[in-house]
Structure formats: structure tokens, C-alpha cells
Design a protein around this ligand. Structure first.
Ligand SMILES: Cc1cc2nc3c(=O)[nH]c(=O)nc-3n(C[C@H](O)[C@H](O)[C@H](O)COP(=O)(O)O)c2cc1C
Length: 167
């Protein structure tokens, strides 16, 4: 059972660094199902006066194509017992397989968003905007080398619409 919480309560539960560090999956629509992708990068804060959550998706991910077409996305935060599914979502690509099916987790659709029932915390976001990192402004050399070789991440800024935590 999930209980709806206010956006301001998300970090009562755990601070943002630990939340993204522990295991997070972003979910975006792929036809009639969703494509889950493990993320370690994320920000929680305020943008254009509304509570927001941003994710960072590299251009080589299949999720990038889906995010570009989507008007919403969800982020599910998991406990350590789901480490194997997180590792799977972070290595396999939705280009080649149905990751939801293979994970054996329980997908649910609500208000046009997808979530996993096994998650500890779920955040629904409406896409407010997106932008690519400007490669000419990147300072750390290893990141710059990586971006020159493989391309940059896109930042997707989401307005927090709803948040739920496991009761
Ligand atoms: C722990 C972990 C964290 C990750 N964090 C991110 C991230 O924040 N952004 C990103 O673009 N890729 C990240 N990845 C890589 C993607 O999850 C991975 O490339 C995935 O297979 C992409 O799936 P897709 O092709 O279905 O979109 C991470 C992978 C792991 C294992």
C-alpha cells in the first residue's frame, strides 16, 4: 500500500544524495508498457517556483528517445533487496527487450504514469523542460573527454505532480 506524501516530505524520508545513491529507476512510456532505466544522477529542488525533480539521461540510452517524446516520467526508489533488478535495468536496453517482463516486478499504471509496486518511494513528474549540457562549459577533464567521445547527457526537469511512499 502506498500513501501519498507532499513533495516537501520526500526528503524527510531520506536525503536526496542517499535516495539517488541507494537505487533509483526512471520510467517512461514505451507503447503499452514502460521502459525502466537505472539512474544514479538526479536532483530534487525548486525550479520556476515549483517543486521539481530532474534526471540526466545520456544520448546513447534508448530512454533518451522515449524521454524526448514523453510529457511525463516517474522515478521509483528501491530498497537494497532489489539490487539485482536495478543492475539489470542499468545494463540491458529497452531497444532489445521488454525489461519490465524480464524483471518480474509488478508494473502498475496510474494517471498515465507507470510505477513498480515493489518500490519504496515513487515520484510522478510532468516534464517542464529539457536541455543538453553545453560541452564548451564542462570543466572536469575526464567528463569533458567522455562527452567529446560519446556525447552529453540531457537534463529533463520534471514538476513533481505526486509522491507516494510505502506504508
Ligand atoms: C547504478 C547505475 C546508475 C546509472 N545512472 C545513470 C544515469 O543517471 N543516467 C544515465 O543516462 N544512465 C545511467 N546508467 C546507465 C543506464 O541505466 C543504462 O545504460 C541502461 O542500460 C539504459 O537503458 P535503456 O537503453 O533501456 O534506456 C546507470 C547505470 C547503473 C548501473
Amino acid at each position: 500500500m502506498f500513501k501519498e506524501i507532499k513533495p516537501t516530505e520526500i526528503t524527510n524520508y531520506k536525503n536526496a544524495v542517499d535516495l539517488f545513491g541507494q537505487g533509483a529507476v526512471t520510467m517512461v512510456r514505451k507503447g503499452e508498457t514502460a521502459n525502466p532505466m537505472t539512474i544514479a544522477w538526479g536532483s530534487l529542488g525548486v525550479l520556476w517556483r515549483v517543486p521539481c525533480l530532474s534526471v540526466y539521461v545520456h544520448k546513447t540510452r534508448y530512454s533518451k528517445q522515449l524521454f524526448d517524446q514523453a510529457d511525463r516520467f516517474a522515478v521509483c526508489f528501491f530498497g537494497k533487496e532489489h539490487a539485482s533488478q536495478l543492475s539489470y535495468f542499468g545494463s540491458a536496453s529497452g531497444r532489445n527487450e521488454d525489461k519490465v517482463l524480464k524483471s518480474r516486478l509488478t508494473l502498475k499504471e496510474e494517471d498515465g504514469y507507470f510505477l513498480f509496486e515493489e518500490a519504496e518511494l515513487v515520484v510522478f513528474c510532468e516534464k517542464m523542460g529539457q536541455t543538453d549540457f553545453d560541452i564548451d562549459k564542462i570543466k572536469p577533464k575526464p567528463i569533458l573527454d567522455w562527452y567529446r567521445k560519446d556525447g552529453v547527457h540531457t537534463i529533463y526537469c520534471g514538476k513533481i505532480i505526486k509522491a507516494f511512499r510505502k506504508e
